[in-house]
Ligand binder design. Structure first.
Ligand code: NAI
Length: 253
């Protein structure tokens, strides 16, 4: 029997990058996978790609910064697959690089709205379903930006620090109710988000960061996916409120 045989998982930001790799890992582990993303064409393509491999998938268009869409996303998953065993709240965006004195209110609201309030909203509606079932596992996506500072990245880092606080607090509330909630902190992972940073002229900063990765290379999306899979599986049944750093050793220096 496969590790996640017939389990139902919901993944946000699943159209590409880490989210898609995680959807693929869960599908290969036997799960029924709801892929959610605000990019309609990309998420349909991603779900079709997995379906072509013989896996059961569902594509949902959802902007996680909109509570009504988040509620509808959870409802659609449960209507289609009957329950919700696991969720990976992964959707996230970068902030516009700027010193604190120059950051705009608009960018602050946008980044916090997706990276922090979006994860809060996803977790809230997922928990409403998992409470009814009396079980479930949730992983929230933080970052090494959730445990370290980053010049010109204050809003992103604030949101990612916040995710860890939300995770630990909710984990306490549901630990005795059969629901485990953990967070993951990816290091520098090669995804379209990283390509976007390189294309926007952040090559020098990324190169400098890479020189400080003890593993000596970029991480792969599959390496985050495997960690999320473990956190959602029974193999981690006593792991609660944990912040799992997967960064090639970057943050231990
Ligand atoms: P990506 O940009 O390659 O993919 C993110 C996906 O989220 C895209 O498909 C995008 O359409 C979707 N998305 C963005 N805003 C959304 C919204 N409001 N509602 C629904 N979907 C939305 O990003 P990547 O690199 O795969 O990152 C995934 C997560 O991992 C993010 O939360 C990011 O902050 C985090 N992370 C990434 C790192 C990296 O080095 N790539 C490092 C640490 C954390």
């Amino acid at each position: 029997m496969k590790q996640m045989e017939d389990k139902v998982v919901l993944i946000t930001g699943a159209a590409q990058g880490i989210g898609f790799a995680t959807a693929k890992a869960f599908a290969e582990a036997g799960a029924l996978v709801a892929l959610a993303d605000f990019d309609k064409d990309l998420v349909n393509k991603a779900a079709d790609q997995l379906r072509a491999g013989g896996y059961k998938t569902l594509a949902i268009v959802c902007d996680v910064s909109d509570d009504a869409q988040v509620k509808a996303m959870v409802d659609k998953t449960v209507e289609t697959f009957g329950r919700l065993d696991a969720a990976y709240n992964n959707a996230g965006i970068q902030n516009v690089l700027a010193d604190a004195a120059d950051q705009t209110r608009e960018d602050f609201d946008k980044v916090i709205g997706v990276n922090l309030r979006g994860e809060w909203s996803c977790m809230k509606y997922e928990l409403q379903q998992m409470k009814k079932q009396g079980n479930g596992a949730i992983v929230n996506c933080s970052s090494i930006g959730g445990i370290l500072g980053g010049a010109q990245r204050g809003t992103y880092h604030a949101a990612k620090h916040g995710v860890i606080g939300l995770t630990k607090s909710a984990a306490l509330e549901y630990a005795s109710k059969g629901i485990r909630i953990n967070s993951i902190c990816p290091g520098i992972i090669h995804t379209p988000m990283l390509d976007g940073m390189l294309n926007s002229g952040q090559t020098e900063v990324i190169d400098a960061m890479l020189k400080s990765v003890p593993a000596g290379r970029l991480g792969r999306s599959e390496e985050i996916a495997n960690a999320v899979l473990w956190l959602c599986s029974d193999a981690s049944s006593f792991v609660i409120g944990h912040t799992l750093v997967v960064d090639g050793g970057y943050s231990i220096q």
